[in-house]
Design a protein around this ligand. Structure first.
Ligand code: KG4
Ligand code: ZN
Length: 341
């Protein structure tokens, strides 16, 4: 007898993307619709929560309908609905959570609250099956964490940033160079054309903990820019970008490789918006090849690095299979911790 397939609708609205997706068996994308609001936030240099909420309200129904239509499934074909419960912007999260609760209630479907970062990690499951123990380097606009997983849905944070997230630092230095939001991808592009001439500090690289810190690097970058401009010198933006990126990548890769060795993991996963960074991807591939010959490296395709709902459905499927269900009293949790799910 063939095993019944599991079909989940995923919904994501934690920040500036309204997204819905249909995923089969937690590993196969049937549809993946993302409505980005970046253009609306650009002129403010960052995400404006009120504008984000308004866009989510306008888009959520259309995006869900589109995801179901593209997948050629009806709501009653689904096994469950997974939605980002947190962390994120409360007003933004609420739109997705309320849409999911309404559909779950009206179609009598199980509801599954998903941790946004769990989603980013599970984006790797579309590449290959997860093998435990694994270590995930999570680098996004709001998070920088090393997460150890000994099984599905078991998340242990072994290190995290003590101040800015990596993506946040990217966006802030990009802004100081006059680049538009979100600046991470533009710094990445510029970095390819420059050299590490400024040798910015590598914060906490030798610290025995697995924590990170990026605010000192961000200040060093901005101070360098101001000092030169005061002398009527304009630093080469490509060299500034390359120097900044070299510091971020050096620290992230060095500490990740060390942690992977200490915890003797079978897989190393890259996750989050900054996983799209070309310099980081290349350095991790190279270092893992020489330093971790017995560890399998998983990196999501570029299309699944940023926020999307397929990853939420993938993480939701793992919870669903373990029998986890959320109640219809579920609320948006802007500060949701891994321990809360
Ligand atoms: O995961 P994500 O889409 O949203 C959060 O959950 O925070 O991550 C967005 C972050 C932004 O800070 C953006 O600048 C950064 O990911 N990012 C990049 C690149 N592409 C996106 N940072 C560096 N290099 C990139 N290529
Ligand atoms: Zn994200």
């Amino acid at each position: 007898m063939t095993k019944k397939q599991t079909l989940l609708l995923g919904i994501e609205s934690s920040c500036d993307e309204t997204a819905a997706a249909v995923v089969k068996n937690g590993r196969e994308i049937i549809s993946n619709v993302v409505a980005s609001q970046i253009e609306s936030h650009k002129r403010f240099g960052g995400v404006v929560p009120e504008i984000a909420s308004r866009h989510h309200v306008e888009q959520i129904t259309l995006v869900i309908e589109e995801a179901l239509e593209q997948a050629e499934v009806e709501l009653d074909d689904l096994d469950a609905i997974a939605v980002t419960e947190g962390p994120g912007l409360v007003g933004a999260l609420l739109i997705g959570v309320n849409a999911a609760k309404t559909l779950a209630f009206s179609h009598n479907l199980p509801l599954i609250g998903v941790h946004h970062i769990a989603g980013h990690i599970y984006a790797n499951r579309f590449e290959k099956e997860m093998v435990f123990p694994l270590l995930a380097l999570v680098v996004s606009g709001g998070h920088t964490e090393l997460v150890l997983m000994r099984g599905h849905n078991q998340f242990e944070i072994i290190g995290e940033t003590r101040d800015d997230a990596a993506g946040e630092a990217y966006d802030k230095v990009a802004r100081s160079l006059g680049l538009s939001y979100p600046g991470g991808v533009q710094i990445d592009r510029l970095a390819k054309e420059g050299e590490d001439t400024f040798h910015f500090p590598r914060a906490m690289i030798d610290d025995p903990s697995y924590d990170f810190s990026f605010s000192g690097l961000k200040s060093a970058f901005i101070n360098q820019l101001h000092n030169m401009r005061q002398k009527n010198l304009e630093p080469n933006p490509a060299d500034m970008a390359a120097s900044f990126q070299a510091s971020v990548v050096d620290v992230l890769v060095t500490k990740t490789i060390r942690a992977a060795k200490e915890y003797q993991v079978k897989q190393l996963l890259l996750a989050g918006g900054v996983a799209a960074n070309q310099g980081l991807r290349a350095a991790l591939i190279q270092e893992a090849e020489t330093e971790l010959p017995n560890v399998e490296l998983l990196i999501p395709p570029l299309s699944l690095c940023g926020d999307n709902a397929a990853m939420i459905a993938a993480a939701g499927t793992a919870s669903f299979k373990e029998g986890k269900r959320s109640s219809l009293a579920m609320n948006a949790e802007p500060g949701l911790l891994f321990d809360d799910i």
